[in-house]
Design a protein around this ligand. Structure first.
Ligand code: DPP
Ligand code: ZN
Length: 894
């Protein structure tokens, strides 16, 4: 496998300007014809043109230039996955260095592909009964020979799709439909549709779909232009009743982008197709998005509140890509964060606006960043948001590129302000619309629009790892001045430019005496002065999580400060954060077997009680304030992780709290139950209703953690079973089932658990996404025989490695069930290793993702670490091994 380096970028000597294609889809064989108009790339030295084409996927049937067949070895050469067209072949006699003329040369190829056997789900493949494509990052080379790189932007003038009319009545492509009809002939009823996309685009945004699909549709009129856009969301016919939420989300996204950035949609059609077998979440193909069914289909019976929220945010995400990604795209794949970081930032703000609570959204996003990106950045796959090299680009669709990338964009916004950021965005589009650019171009637009010097800020693009910011405080009573000294440490040789949002609270009253101010930390160490104060203050540092760093304080009594901030901070995020720090402290003390200091316990209890008894209707904030930090985010604060004892300690603290506050938790649970009942049976999706469910389910989890005695087990299982039976929405049923799956003991308890599982399966009636949940909930169970249960589920007739959602719902979820995956003896690792090996034969993108669970062996004890490493070694020796998995495994072994 070959490693590709960012600094090796070279422009193409010739580019494809125009594309015409024909797909003749027949069972077991599809013929793809393409006609590429090739012109010299002005200003670039003449050279051979490499067309990418995966040898394993394509069979070349014919190749000609301007009507004349080309001869292998003389006009072109095929070596591995590249077809090299010699420059002398492309240059016309008498052409100078820039030869070829304006009209360009027409290269025609015919290839045969077999979508039916394409289990990689990259290129053209079959999902259930429909044909669909996935081309990002490098799938187009599995469809035809082409310069399959994002800096070749071409107009796909005509894409004709022909297929059986009965089996595939719907034929879709990018852009607008310009022609269609039946095809004469003796071989049964066939038809065709021709699509044309007026916007130049890279090949990764290409898409076609052919299937028997149902749909919902609507229209949207853009502002201010008044373009009427036809919106349509497709799925397999049996799921059409679950498409409304996606359609509504699309309209909201269109409106939001106009209101927030003045960006309008640019075609007359916007189609979305939901596909069951999909490696990613969704794909922003021009005018024809393809979505994983898990991120499209929703009704209250089958989708949780979080599913609804994710669907809205991903529909937004793909829609926002139309400008940040499609109109302005990436020059090369190292720039991926240019479109992804920016678009994630945009979807986060969109969701925050839709939820009407940016604090809740921020808590969720930072939680996810800490649970996924921080671990990635501390492990062998660590890379800057703009990576320096890759073997398989598919491995770099990471939470670093996406989520940390979004944090970097957020820092521009924090430093430049709302208006400054908007000015930068406007200039970015003005300069680069229609082209393929770099992260440096984005930075320059932001800097130039604001007359700002962002050179130092640019270091964020090349620095891997999570930086640490430390702060030290001093109050000078006589000068009435407070000094805040910030210092930084990171993998960057030069200091980073870090925005640190700070507010000051009066140390006695807790009142905010200095509102949020953004301090710009640009040196290794810097002291900031706040004068004119009336008394000593406590700083609330890194408000709203203003930079993706780890914050370390130096107070002599940190816990006291956290408790104070948890009670008084006006910044919603930091109030939550302080509570989390208190919980973490108690959990770590419990884990270390230190007789937990009564002081910590007292702080935790005060914070918990205050949150539980808050008189608020912001139930979501209340719920998040009561949830203990996740094991994976706490693990990042430990040098050596013992997942079993960390899990146990977290569980013990949960029980401790549950026992101490049992009656008030129960009272609040009952109060919410009756409040919800009075709302009737309809499942509402407003913030209050979602918040009520969220809070009640957090309380249920506390109540169900008490299962020491037979009486407690009886009570807990009855309570959860009752919620399971009386709720009609998925959110509450699923939460109850999550509690039940971890119950064991008396027969009556076990029966309640197993019955609920059976009912859940039965009620699913084969709905794939609900069955996924059924696998997931069991993969997360906290039972001594968790692994045995998972192994049995692998043999369940509904389980398959060929569907990524299904595979992830059991396998990836289990590898995140840390205490059981890492159970002594290494059986979990062995199990995972075997699954990875099997999956790699089918779908390398999937196997390398699952493989990520083995690579952080250095974080664990020698015993665990060496067992994990052994599995990695076995995989490394496997032949054949995909490039994707090879890269992850070999990085893991370094
Ligand atoms: N470009 C896609 C997305 O992030 C990923 N395949 O939406
Ligand atoms: Zn994206």
């Amino acid at each position: 496998p070959r490693e590709i380096y960012r600094t090796d970028y070279a422009p193409l000597p010739f580019v494809v300007k125009n594309v015409r294609m024909n797909f003749d889809i027949r069972d077991g064989k599809t013929i793809v014809e393409s006609e590429l108009t090739i012109v010299p790339n002005v200003g670039v030295n003449v050279g051979d043109l490499i067309l990418d084409g995966e040898a394993d996927a394509l069979t070349l049937l014919s190749i000609s230039l301007d009507g004349i067949d080309l001869i292998e070895g003389i006009d072109y050469a095929i070596d591995g996955d590249a077809l090299t067209l010699y420059s002398k072949t492309l240059l016309l006699p008498g052409d100078g260095a820039s030869g070829g003329g304006d009209a360009g040369r027409k290269l025609k190829t015919r290839v045969e592909i077999v979508p039916e056997t394409n289990t990689q789900l990259s290129g053209l493949y079959k999902s259930g009964k429909m044909y669909c494509t996935q081309c990002e990052a490098m799938g187009f080379r599995r469809i035809t020979y082409y310069p399959d790189r994002p800096d070749n932007m071409a107009i796909f003038d005509s894409v004709r799709i022909e297929a059986d009319a009965d089996l595939y009545p719907v034929l879709l492509g990018n852009g607008n439909k310009v022609d269609g009809g039946t095809v004469g002939g003796s071989e049964g009823k066939r038809h065709y549709a021709t699509w044309s996309d007026p916007f130049p685009k890279p090949s990764y945004l290409f898409c076609i779909v052919a299937g028997n699909l149902g749909s919902v549709s609507s229209s949207y009129t853009t502002r201010p232009s008044g373009r009427v856009v036809h919106l349509e969301v497709f799925s397999e016919p049996e799921n059409v009743s679950k498409l409304d939420h996606a359609l509504t989300s699309l309209k909201k996204s269109m409106m939001w982008d106009e209101d927030t950035y003045g960006l309008e949609y640019d075609l007359d059609v916007y189609n979305i197709v939901a596909v069951s077998d999909f490696n990613m979440g969704a794909m922003e193909n021009k005018g024809l998005n393809v979505f994983n069914t898990a991120l499209t289909l929703a009704d209250p019976k089958s989708a949780t509140d979080s599913d609804y929220e994710r669907i809205e945010s991903v529909v937004g995400h793909e829609y926002f890509h139309n400008w940040t990604g499609n109109r302005v795209t990436c020059r090369d794949w190292f720039q991926l964060t240019l479109k992804e970081g920016l678009t994630v930032y945009r979807d986060q703000e969109f969701s925050g606006d839709m939820m009407n609570s940016h604090a809740v959204k921020r808590i969720e996003d930072v939680n996810a960043l800490r649970a996924r990106q921080f671990p990635e950045d501390a492990g062998p796959m660590s890379h800057p948001i703009r990576p320096e090299s890759y073997i398989s680009m598919d491995n770099f669709y990471t939470s670093t590129v996406y989520s940390k990338g979004a944090e970097v964009i957020r820092m521009y916004r924090t430093l430049l302000g709302k208006d400054g950021f908007r000015k930068g965005m406007d200039l970015y589009f003005k300069r680069h619309d229609g082209s393929a650019v770099t992260c440096d171009d984005f930075l320059s637009a932001m800097a130039d629009a604001n007359n700002a010097d962002l050179a130092q800020f640019g270091l964020w693009y090349s620095t891997s790892g999570t930086p640490t910011v430390k702060y030290v405080t001093k109050y000078d009573e006589s000068a009435k001045t407070f000094y805040l000294t910030l210092s930084q440490e990171s993998n960057s040789a030069k200091p980073l430019h870090i925005p640190v949002a700070v507010g000051l609270l009066d140390k006695v009253s807790g009142e905010e005496v200095v509102p949020t101010k953004v301090l710009e930390l640009k040196e290794k160490e810097q002291t900031f002065e706040f004068s004119g104060l009336d008394g000593d203050v406590l700083p609330s540092v890194l408000r709203g999580f203003s930079a993706p760093v780890k914050l370390v304080g130096s107070s002599v009594d940190e816990e006291n400060d956290w408790a104070f901030l948890a009670a008084n901070d006006s910044d919603g995020f930091n109030r939550w954060e302080s509570g989390q720090k208190l919980y973490t402290s108690l959990i770590f003390q419990t884990m270390r077997g230190v007789q937990s200091e009564s002081k910590t316990m007292e702080h935790v209890c005060n914070a918990f009680q205050r949150t539980l008894t808050l008189d608020t209707d912001d139930y979501s904030i209340q719920a998040y304030g009561l949830i203990l930090p996740t094991e994976s985010s706490m693990a990042e604060e430990l040098d050596v992780v013992d997942p079993v004892s960390l899990h146990k300690a977290r569980g013990d603290v949960k029980k401790l709290i549950a026992r101490k506050f049992h009656s008030s938790i129960r009272a609040k649970y009952d109060e919410l139950t009756s409040a919800m009942k009075s709302n009737g049976d309809e499942i509402k999706l407003d913030a209050t209703s979602i918040g009520q469910r969220r809070l009640r389910n957090v309380l249920l989890d506390y109540l169900c953690s008490l299962k020491e005695t037979a009486e407690e087990r009886e009570a807990a299982s009855k309570l959860a079973k009752n919620q399971f039976q009386t709720s009609c929405g998925m959110t509450d049923r699923y939460a109850a089932l999550s509690c039940l799956v971890s119950m064991e003991g008396e027969q009556s308890v076990v029966d309640r658990r197993d019955e609920a599982l059976q009912n859940f399966y039965h009620d699913a009636q084969g709905d794939a996404l609900v069955i996924d949940k059924w696998f997931t909930v069991q993969a997360m169970a906290d039972l001594p025989d968790a692994l045995e249960k998972v192994k049995a589920l692998v043999k369940h007739p509904d389980f398959t490695l060929t569907n990524p959602n299904r595979c992830r719902s059991l396998i990836s979820v289990f590898s995140g069930n840390a205490a059981h995956f890492h159970a002594d003896g290494g059986e979990g690792y062995k199990f995972l290793g075997e699954i990875i090996a099997k999956t790699d034969k089918l779908n390398p993108q999937l196997s390398s993702r699952i493989g990520g669970a083995l690579i952080r062996w250095k974080r664990y004890s020698n015993e665990r670490g060496s067992l994990m490493k052994m599995e990695l070694q076995k995989l490394a020796e496997m032949k054949p091994i995909s490039n994707d998995l090879f890269e992850v495994v070999s990085r893991g072994l370094k």
